[in-house]
Design a protein around this ligand. Structure first.
Ligand code: 6GU
Length: 250
């Protein structure tokens, strides 16, 4: 998959992209991330990319011309490439949105900065707008990295273990349960006996129950949309009964 990113600060992104799984994915040609400096597409001796807003109000707004020029140059006539603006006004990023983007062969990400971008960019250039959460960042660069990271690890071959992305927190619609590694006993704290039993079916059932328990405790609203089996619902009913019993016993 190819991802082009237009930003005023490509160096903010290159460090993160140059390490670990994203670096290996690019070296293996599974992922091709290309950074483009918006300033290179700004006209004039001073390569001005932003101006104060018409009507006043303070802050600076990214001018339309450099963004239109950058997108035209990067796309070079390629059709059907989503042009995604990272902005707190976008639709909320989530695992299903990551999966949707990972199904594309190319993406073009535009990092907003300052108070925003000229509205004509939204209206006539961008095909999608994404926010990574309900808080305000100084620019879209961190959000672009979040999107690239979440999308890249869904691409075939990027994660080492086959299917490692399938049991992730959120991929199943549930939070993941606990993980343990050696030592089997650390200080006074042992690893749950069942994980050391070697009984694969029991371990799988225990893990599913732990995922259900953790989701029920921490993010109960996810249970409203997660795909659940009858056995899952039975286990959740036991959890609810346990809680009701504990409340009665207070
Ligand atoms: Cl995509 N950009 C900015 N500036 N702030 C954000 C965001 C994006 N997502 C959440 N907050």
């Amino acid at each position: 998959m190819r991802i082009d990113i237009v930003t005023l600060f490509p160096e903010m992104l290159s460090g993160y992209l140059g390490h670990s799984i994203l670096q290996r994915a690019q070296a293996a040609d599974l992922l091709d991330v290309r950074l483009h400096n918006l300033r290179d597409y700004a006209a004039g001796k001073h390569h001005v990319t932003d101006e104060p807003p018409f009507g006043g109000g303070g802050g600076m707004v990214l001018k339309p011309e450099p963004l239109f020029a950058a997108v035209a140059a990067v796309l070079a006539g390629a059709a059907d490439v989503p042009v995604v603006l990272l902005t707190p006004q976008g639709r909320l990023f989530s695992q299903p949105v990551a999966a949707e983007l990972a199904a594309q062969s190319r993406l073009l990400l535009l990092c907003g900065r300052y108070e925003g971008v000229d509205e004509r960019v939204r209206q006539y250039l961008v095909t999608d707008e994404i926010s990574i959460g309900d808080y305000v960042l100084t620019g879209g660069e961190l959000a672009a990295l979040v999107v690239v990271d979440a999308v890249a690890r869904l691409l075939p071959g990027v994660l080492g273990a086959e299917g490692a992305a399938e049991t992730d927190s959120h991929a199943t619609g549930l939070l993941e349960g606990p993980h343990y590694t050696r030592p089997g006993q650390f200080r006074t704290w042992p690893v749950p006996e069942i994980l050391r039993s070697g009984h694969a079916a029991n371990i799988a059932r225990w893990r599913r129950q732990q995922a259900l328990r953790r989701t029920w405790q921490r993010r109960p609203e996810l249970l409203l949309t997660a795909p659940l089996t009858d056995e899952d619902r039975y286990y959740l009913a036991i959890l609810a009964e346990e809680r009701a019993g504990a409340l009665r016993g207070r």
